[in-house]
Design a protein around this ligand. Structure first.
Ligand code: CMP
Length: 139
């Protein structure tokens, strides 16, 4: 039985392209409640810490460089079966493989500049949400 919380970021490409509004609209229209939200900017060090699980992979340096290149929007979302439901909504990590109508198909530029992040497990959703939000910032 999976939980009802996921964590997302609207990435620097989508913020730069003025897609915050359209992406939040999709999130709302698909039944997610926003429990926490903020616009912020990763330092390189904070991006390295957030993506520590990918350290050493061939795409790590580019990922950190990109994620610290401009502001992002971080949010905790609530819906039944949140992890799978949100991953369905955003589509494949590679936008070229993402299904029609998914957020990445609509708004992503590339594998790295792929518009949004979605947590891949209940455990990571909690960990990633806590990285950005204190208990007092979650409603
Ligand atoms: P996300 O799942 O949000 O977080 C990890 C990111 O690493 C992923 O999105 C992609 O943007 C990036 N990533 C994962 N695999 C690759 C890859 N093979 N090539 C380039 N970027 C990748």
């Amino acid at each position: 039985m999976s939980g009802n919380i996921t964590f997302t970021m609207i990435k620097p490409d989508a913020v730069k392209n003025n897609f915050i509004g359209p992406i939040l609209k999709q999130i709302n229209e698909n039944g997610f409640r926003i429990k926490a939200i903020k616009m912020t900017h990763f330092t390189r060090e904070r991006a390295e810490a957030f993506y520590g699980i990918h350290a050493g992979k061939f795409f790590f340096d580019g990922l950190v460089e990109f994620m610290s290149s401009g502001p992002i929007v971080a949010a905790i979302l609530e819906k039944e079966n949140a992890i799978d439901s949100y991953r369905d909504l955003i589509g494949n990590t590679n936008p070229e493989k993402a299904a029609e109508g998914t957020i990445r198909k609509l708004f992503a530029e590339s594998f790295t500049a792929n518009a949004v992040h979605g947590a891949d497990s209940d455990e990571n959703a909690i960990r990633e949400g806590s990285f950005f939000f204190s208990e007092m910032e979650q409603f």
